[in-house]
Design a protein around this ligand. Structure first.
Ligand code: XMP
Ligand code: MG
Length: 184
């Protein structure tokens, strides 16, 4: 799906496919260097992180294992509450592992700080975070994130894995939606 396929639903493109790909190359290089000689377990957070996970691991030269978690934030509407429920847990034992969490976006940081504490309690050797997007102005808790693709304004974005009502995940770019989409 491309800008031309979106009619007037697209407000503007925030990050192009080219910008995303260039940044992925840089992040992969950094991750390879940081984890040289180590076995890494890359943990993707469903569903939003599917794109960044797939694109990032294909750029890594180190061999990695992949696992997935699905979590949902309790709370009303679209705001994260920090109270998190595990919908799908990892299949992998974390004891002694180097874990790299891969996220699509960090908004308030509440979901991720819960996830971080949860995974750290399972006895891993290390836990770090890679996120494609971060909204610094939305942060409610400080989360130490080792790898950040882009800091973006505090606006609701879709594409590259991110949805509005489960749509637009398949956009290869990140953008904002026209107001009429939300009021429909
Ligand atoms: P918190 O606030 O806990 O929430 O950091 C992170 C989760 O909220 C979702 N989220 C978004 N989803 N466009 C989206 O499609 C956005 O702009 C957006 N901001 C937050 C997302 O599921 C993320 O993992
Ligand atoms: Mg998510």
């Amino acid at each position: 799906m491309n800008p031309a396929d979106m009619g007037d639903d697209l407000e503007r493109v925030l990050l192009t496919e080219e910008q995303i790909n260039t940044r992925l190359d840089e992040l992969a290089q950094q991750i390879d260097a940081d984890y040289a000689g180590k076995d890494v377990l890359v943990v993707g957070v469903l569903k939003g992180a599917v794109m960044v996970m797939a694109d990032l691991v294909r750029r890594l030269h180190n061999s990695v294992e992949m696992d997935w978690m699905a979590v949902s934030s309790y709370g009303s509407g679209t705001k994260s509450s920090g109270v998190v429920r595990i919908l799908k847990d990892l299949d992998t034992d974390l004891i002694g592992r180097h874990v790299l969490i891969v996220e699509d976006i960090i908004d308030s940081g509440l979901t991720l700080s819960w996830l971080l504490a949860n995974l750290r309690s399972r006895g891993p050797e290390s836990v770090e975070i890679a996120t494609m997007l971060r909204k610094p102005d939305a942060a409610k808790v400080e989360v130490d994130v080792r790898y950040v693709g882009f800091d973006i304004p505090n606006e609701f974005v879709v594409g590259y894995g991110l949805d509005y009502a489960e749509k637009y995940r398949n956009l290869p770019f990140v953008g904002t939606l026209a107001p009429h989409v939300y009021s429909a």
